[in-house]
Design a protein around this ligand. Structure first.
Ligand SMILES: CC(C)(COP(=O)(O)OP(=O)(O)OC[C@H]1O[C@@H](n2cnc3c(N)ncnc32)[C@H](O)[C@@H]1OP(=O)(O)O)[C@@H](O)C(=O)NCCC(=O)NCCS
Length: 257
């Protein structure tokens, strides 16, 4: 067997609580780091909280990637694929992905393969049957009907975040039909997965469902990675990126498909 198959690849997760960030101080400490486009996009958000989260996300991505690549943060240039997935112009193969929700921002970077991440706050008012019927596949809806009412919200967001993380790892966004692939969460700890018909071989696709904080779910997908990667997570308080190592509760994990 080639040696590369034994390499235990790693995926890193950096979590930031935007409420804990002093944005004016962060921007001051990072003067000149954000591009004019990034700053202009921030100014287009009406809600201050969305502007804040946008700016923190941009600085999180630039700071961690610049440390990873030993390059100055302001020199990084980004492009997007046809579906909006950002990538580094100088290193298009370095796979990273971000997600933001009410009270949490996360950056994922994979050493190998393609990574997608999604965080959601467990908000009861968003977990509705109407939305489920719009987004979920028939077998997911059937499984959701079987769960006890007090498990509905968490189960809804488990399917939701896993579907988002997979779409984001593929980089195709909502151009991939949401009912063309599905997850099986009947087993208590496992994640079963049926890939879209005709999709590339997904035997090297790995999923995790994490509960990094009591009010937030996080799904992670790494595709095209021959071995299940190991996870490392940090809870950081920008501008400091060293942060505290985080051991997010692993609610479920896939076997390799
Ligand atoms: C854009 C989309 C990829 C994710 O959107 P989202 O869940 O609302 O937002 P998140 O915060 O999790 O992710 C947004 C980030 O994903 C990244 N992104 C955008 N398009 C992407 C794509 N095609 N592939 C991967 N990542 C993408 C961007 O970095 C973006 O953050 P940024 O604008 O600050 O750079 C897409 O799936 C979408 O529009 N979803 C809408 C919600 C929906 O209907 N979901 C169905 C779930 S069952």
């Amino acid at each position: 067997m080639p040696e590369a198959q034994h390499v235990n690849h790693n995926v890193g997760l950096w979590f930031v609580d935007p409420e804990a960030v002093d944005l004016p101080a962060l921007l001051h400490a990072n003067g000149g780091v954000l591009s004019p486009d990034e700053l202009a996009r921030g100014d287009r958000f009406r809600a201050p909280v969305h502007r804040r989260d946008h700016l923190i996300t941009r600085l999180l991505v630039r700071t961690v990637l610049s440390q990873r690549l030993s390059l100055a943060a302001h020199t990084l240039r980004f492009g997007t694929n046809a579906h909006g997935r950002p990538y580094l112009l100088a290193q298009p193969d370095l796979s990273f992905n971000v997600s933001h929700t009410d009270g949490l921002i996360v950056l994922a970077i994979a050493q190998a393969g393609e990574v997608g991440v999604d965080v959601e706050r467990l908000q009861t008012d968003r977990a509705t049957w109407r939305l489920a019927e719009y987004c979920f596949a028939a077998d997911e809806l059937a499984a959701l009907r079987r769960v006890a009412p007090d498990r509905f919200d968490e189960t809804f967001f488990s399917y939701w975040t896993l579907k988002e993380a997979y779409l984001k790892a593929r980089g195709t966004g909502l151009s991939t039909a949401l009912d063309s692939f599905s997850f099986d969460l009947d087993d208590t700890h496992r994640i079963g997965f049926s890939a879209p018909a005709g999709a590339d071989r997904d035997h090297a696709t790995h999923f995790w469902l994490l509960r990094p904080f009591p009010m937030h779910l996080c799904a992670l997908c790494v595709r095209l990675c021959p071995q299940p990667p190991s996870l490392n997570a940090w809870n950081i308080a920008l501008p400091d990126t060293a942060g505290a190592a985080l051991n997010p509760a692993v609610l479920r994990q896939s076997i390799a498909y």
